[in-house]
Design a protein around this ligand. Sequence first.
Ligand code: MG
Length: 155
Amino acid sequence: MRIGCGYDSHRFVEGRPLVLGGVDIPHSRGLDGWSDADAVTHAIIDALCGASGIGDIGALFPPGDERYRGVSSVQLLSSVVGMVRERGLGIVNVDVTVVAEEPFLSPHVLEMRRSLALPLGVDTERVSVKAKTNEHMGFIGRGEGIAVFAVALLE
Ligand code: MG
């Protein structure tokens, strides 16, 4: 068994869609970033990278590389799942905590789990997504951005 942890944070900006876990979520602002800025998927990618020892998302898909401008992060996740499998490893489960003051994410959790289960190649019940606020504290509490924590277990 091998375990990995991942973390990501992105800033809210005007004029971009909000994509989390591969799901378009209706909101007045989106997250800034080189790709689609899907912080949930980015944290999972780093958890998989950590568990399998293949580096990190920034090394694999460097920001500034034109190939990844506006790319769907779910595509990047599929690529990383392929690298994990090439190393003879399988995904046991993934657990994610999204910390966001807004929007209210609970109604979107099941769709995110289903969306992520496809590229991960596992049943939806092996993909957990939990949504929390930061109790109005700090940059998350002020609505400046969101943070995501993820762990992945491989066998
Ligand atoms: Mg990111």
